[in-house]
Design a protein around this ligand. Structure first.
Ligand code: F6R
Length: 603
């Protein structure tokens, strides 16, 4: 969703701000803008649509400025227009904002009654106008930020620059914000995502909620000051060296980030297993040994919810512990039955998904401990969890989640094995290694999946089916296809087809049937039912099984041997490739599919 980048230093702020915003494009946005302090004026350049529109304007003007802020906006309050794009500015300040101000309309009415004017429909401008009003009363920027922030509610991050100095100010509540510095170059940075600062700011700080950060660049140094809202110095921030490598910011030899991320999975699986079974992560998992709870409440959205279903199956099958899985936007409003002794488990790549965070709040209010399987260390979910199980997937840039799913499910599997006390069984490590090898083999032979895609990509609709442990993979396969190829796709339990969806079947519909070695005959009879109605059949099934191969218009042969627990993750990678190749044939924007945002920070 929205992205923020700010810079102050001796160089031209335009370069790092635009580079940072380009890196955040993957999150999804609909307009972009920049405010630069030039000759003691705050000059705003902004444009609806893609960042390229803004870049064109900047190329024409060729501005130079030591201090600036930039933003990519994903509309919440107010339509997608250039006026509503950020930054918002006036004769004193310019502001960029991520999140929502919940009481904006109340303040807006009051401010209008007091004679203030608004140029946009955004809630952000309420922050700007209130800030300016307080500044006119106090002539003190820090005090005015504190008063404005305290008056407004809702989860937000604000970055502010002013006409009278080159300082960067920022503050946030339950929204991501990172401040960075490069001592050698005397540069200060701020962003909503450390990814934007890779290669720019070797030292980064994560301020906690309601801490005002003030970055000051002088001729000798760069200093970042942290204040509480009463303007006393604050220590509520976490320092980290920005260890992320520049490789994360490029596609390497791959045409798309999604393809790169699919290929990364084999290696990441081995790394995660080594971390949790053999290295530092071991003590995190060992804490679970012998652990039981009457019920796990697993909550997540989208792909992470599918990973949650895989994990529920692991907990129930390995540990015989009851686990429920809910879509976060449903769980939070269903008045869930939560009892003492139960545990909530949140799954999220970004750790910033608004509905998932709201469920975490709810569970905390009810006194239920909160565990998380999460990718982004330092994210809101991470910070608010009692225990975190990081998936160590690295940055996931493709909007369609791939490697995060695999590593979320694997982390859940390892948690189950840790509870069972079987982390040391050699068969565990070897199954994981085998999974990694099989995924690498799939990557090496991905052309065969391209051939399957060529046979079916022009069809009208796609029904993915699977039984048992493959049911969540059918759901995930369908989600991946619809989000990147813009075709209608549904996932069903194979046995459920005849209870309604079979009415859809004709020669324009493709059934992508996952036929695992378990319940093989039953699943094959479901395929027969589709075939009898002239549906096109793609089977993802065991290799060397000629008796079912002949049923299919295309057969994706996988080697299920030796993967009794992890085969769903393997099958899923085949479906990731299939979705990718169908999308490529359709010519869609694979890494940034229309209407989607990487991190859904609104409800
Ligand atoms: C699908 C996808 C989304 C996310 C969902 C949750 O490919 O990426 O469905 O899985 O928005 O996001 P996180 O995991 O960040 O909470």
């Amino acid at each position: 969703m929205c992205g923020i980048v700010g810079y102050s230093g001796p160089g031209n702020s335009v370069g790092p701000i635009i580079e940072g915003l380009s890196r955040l494009e993957y999150r999804g946005y609909d307009s972009a803008g920049i405010c630069l302090k030039i000759n003691n004026e705050l000059q705003i350049i902004k444009k609806e649509g893609k960042l390229d529109n803004l870049k064109k304007l900047i190329e024409e003007k060729k501005p130079f400025s030591h201090t600036g802020i930039g933003h990519t906006r994903w509309a919440t309050h107010g339509e997608v227009t250039t006026d509503n794009a950020h930054p918002h500015g006036n004769e004193v300040f310019a502001v960029v904002h991520n999140g929502i101000i919940e009481n904006a309309s109340t303040f807006k009415k009051q401010l209008i009654a007091e004679g203030f004017h608004f140029k946009s429909q955004t809630d952000t401008e309420v922050f700007l106008v209130l800030l300016t009003k307080f500044y006119k009363e106090t002539q003190n920027t820090l005090q005015s930020i504190s008063k404005t922030f305290s008056s407004l509610s809702g989860n937000s991050a604000f970055v502010i620059i002013e006409k009278s100095s080159d300082k960067l100010y920022c503050i946030k509540r339950s929204a991501p914000l990172v401040v960075g510095e490069n001592k050698e170059k005397r540069e200060a940075y701020v962003s909503s995502d450390p990814f934007a600062l890779i290669g720019f700011a070797p030292r980064i700080y994560f301020p906690q909620d309601a801490v005002i950060c003030e970055s000051i660049v002088s001729d000798q140094d760069v200093n970042i000051n942290f204040y509480e809202l009463d303007l006393k110095p604050s220590k509520r921030f976490k320092f980290q060296s920005n260890a992320m490598s520049m490789d994360a910011t490029t596609k390497g030899p791959y045409e798309h980030f999604m393809l790169k991320e699919i290929h990364e999975q084999g290696a990441l699986i081995n790394k995660l297993a080594a971390f949790y079974i053999k290295n530092e992560g071991r003590k995190i998992l060992e804490g679970l040994k012998g652990f039981t709870t009457p019920e796990w409440h697993i909550t997540a959205c989208g792909t992470a919810w599918h990973a949650g279903i895989v994990i529920k199956n692991y907990f129930e099958q390995i540990n015989r512990q009851r686990a429920s899985v809910d879509i976060a936007s449903e769980f939070r409003y269903k008045n869930p039955i939560l009892n003492k002794g139960e545990i909530s488990l949140f799954i999220s790549q970004s750790g910033e998904t608004a509905d998932t965070l709201a469920c975490q709040e709810l569970c905390k209010e009810k006194g239920i401990p909160s565990y998380s399987i999460v990718n982004v260390e330092g994210s809101t979910l991470f910070r608010n969890s009692d225990k975190n199980f990081l998936i160590h997937a690295g940055v996931e840039i493709g909007v369609a989640s791939t490697k995060a799913f695999t590593l979320q499910a694997l982390t859940g599997y390892l948690m189950g094995r840790a509870m069972e006390g079987t982390l040391d069984q050699p068969e565990l490590f070897s199954e994981i290694q085998l999974l990694s090898n099989r995924i690498d083999e799939l990557c090496a032979n991905a052309d065969s999946l391209k051939e399957v895609a060529e046979k079916i990509y022009s069809k009208k609709g796609f029904i993915f089916t699977g039984r048992g442990k493959y049911f969540p993979i059918a759901l995930e396969g369908a989600l991946k296809l619809k989000e990147i190829a813009y075709v209608h796709a549904e996932g069903y339990a194979a046995g459920e087809l005849k209870h309604g969806p079979i009415a859809l079947i004709d020669e324009n519909i493709v059934n992508i049937a996952i036929v695992g070695p378990e319940l093989l005959e039953k699943t094959v009879s479901n395929v027969e039912e589709v075939k009898a109605r002239r549906g096109k059949i793609v089977i993802v099934g065991p290799k060397n099984l000629e008796e079912i191969e002949h049923l299919a218009d295309a057969y994706i042969a996988l080697d299920f041997e030796g993967l009794p627990n992890l085969s769903p993750l393997y099958v899923n990678v085949a479906l990731q490739f299939l979705a990718y190749h169908i999308a490529k044939l359709k010519g869609t924007d694979i890494d940034k599919p229309r209407n989607l945002a990487k991190s859904v920070t609104v409800e």
